[in-house]
Design a protein. Structure first.
Ligand code: B4P
Length: 185
């Protein structure tokens, strides 16, 4: 059966980390809008030039740009047998912009829950280790505000499809929790 899974959660909750592991285990593509946008910035493409300053400020890239790259990605043949969406949709407008067939096909929404102190700690640690442009204290606070205002309403939007998973613990512990709830769903 094709699995179509969506990962929700605040910045630093472990979406990217867990989504990559789960997609690998399920042999489905891991579609991360954050990764696609960072690649565009690194490659200096027209898209990258348009989004660089927005991402560095911790704001959301325009819905039009993001929906277009996701639409293109979902049209690729490897996405026919399922996919894991990480970081998309980021607001209700993006959720509504996906066509009905895609929205109806999303079977499971995994919501990773982590408290704000731990989120800031993780992202500051990554800032020290990797130096991502949007991992600095001011931008991290902005990203958390944007999550609360724009993204958290998606939890109600997806209603019964949402499975809450405690995101505190080691990466392997969190992965085991996700695998368990998915096996039951
Ligand atoms: P994303 O790339 O989606 O970044 P993020 O929400 O900050 O989370 P990320 O996946 O990187 O971190 P994770 O929680 O895995 O977005 C970046 C930017 O792109 C956005 O701010 C926006 O500008 C733009 N963007 C992306 N999608 C968009 C969209 N749809 N619409 C508009 N704009 C969009 O991990 C964080 C850290 O925690 C890592 O260092 C990890 O190693 C660590 N960690 C993970 N699990 C842990 C654990 N269990 N214990 C301890 N540390 C852990």
């Amino acid at each position: 059966m094709a699995r179509r899974i969506l990962f929700l959660g605040p910045p630093g909750a472990g979406k990217g980390t867990q989504a990559a592991m789960l997609a690998n285990a399920l042999h489905i593509p891991h579609i991360s809008t954050g990764d696609m946008l960072r690649s565009a910035v690194d490659a200096g493409t027209d898209l990258g030039k348009k989004v660089e300053s927005v991402m560095a400020a911790g704001d959301l890239v325009s819905d039009e740009l993001v929906v277009a790259i996701v639409d293109d990605r979902l049209d690729q043949s490897d996405a026919r047998c399922g996919y894991l969406l990480d970081g998309f949709p980021r607001n209700i407008a993006q959720a509504q912009a996906l066509n009905d067939a895609v929205i109806n096909a999303i079977g499971t929404v995994v919501l990773l829950e982590v408290d704000a102190d731990e989120l800031v700690q993780r992202l500051m640690k990554r800032a020290a280790e990797q130096g991502r442009a949007d991992d600095n204290e001011q931008t991290i606070r902005r990203r958390l505000e944007v999550y609360e205002a724009e993204t958290s309403p998606l939890v109600d939007h997806y209603g019964d499809a949402v499975i809450r998973v405690d995101g505190i613990g080691s990466i392997d512990e969190v992965f085991s929790r996700i695998a368990l709830v998915l096996a039951r769903s």
